[in-house]
Design a protein around this ligand. Structure first.
Ligand code: 5GP
Ligand code: ZN
Length: 138
């Protein structure tokens, strides 16, 4: 897409520090990392949402992301990594070209996701699961 910053990065029109590229995806260092080595993996084709990414491309995105996570652990001794994808502004997506974050993690890296844990009322889990099943399209 003409005015998309990540399309321009994938095409080389805007500079980036590349770590991997193939026919379907492009991976580069995030300019403002959570930890140093934080990578973004993007489909070369423009998609705003993960929901329109073809299965083969989505599979490649995950495959490449997890292997970059392993490379970060092997080379820089990180203890783990997070794969994170924000779909939609409400979910924290700022750049509207789908991207998978690979965030290297250390046991003492002092970064906290603030993951809350709500409780369901009686019967609510079943009702919500039924609602998802009703609208799910493969
Ligand atoms: P989001 O919040 O949309 O999931 O993440 C967007 C990410 O893209 C942010 O972590 C931000 O640092 C990164 N980013 C935004 N613009 C650029 C850029 O021009 N170059 C690089 N390398 N990263 C960018
Ligand atoms: Zn784009």
């Amino acid at each position: 897409m003409a005015d998309c910053i990540f399309c321009k990065i994938a095409q080389g029109a805007i500079p980036s520090v590349k770590v991997y590229e193939d026919d379907l995806v492009y991976a580069f260092l995030d300019i403002s990392p959570i930890n140093k080595g934080h990578v973004l993996v993007i489909p070369k084709e423009h998609h705003e949402s993960s929901s329109t990414v073809p299965e083969a491309v989505a599979g490649r995105l995950f495959h490449v992301g997890s292997r970059i996570g392993i490379a970060l652990k092997r080379k820089f001794d990180w203890d783990g990594f997070n794969l994170h994808l924000a779909d939609g502004t409400a979910a924290g997506q700022v750049v509207m070209h789908v991207h998978l974050h690979v965030v290297p993690r250390g046991v003492d890296d002092q970064f906290h996701w603030n993951w809350r844990q709500l409780k369901y009322d009686d019967g609510e889990m079943a009702a919500i699961a039924d609602g998802i099943k009703e609208k799910f399209v493969f």
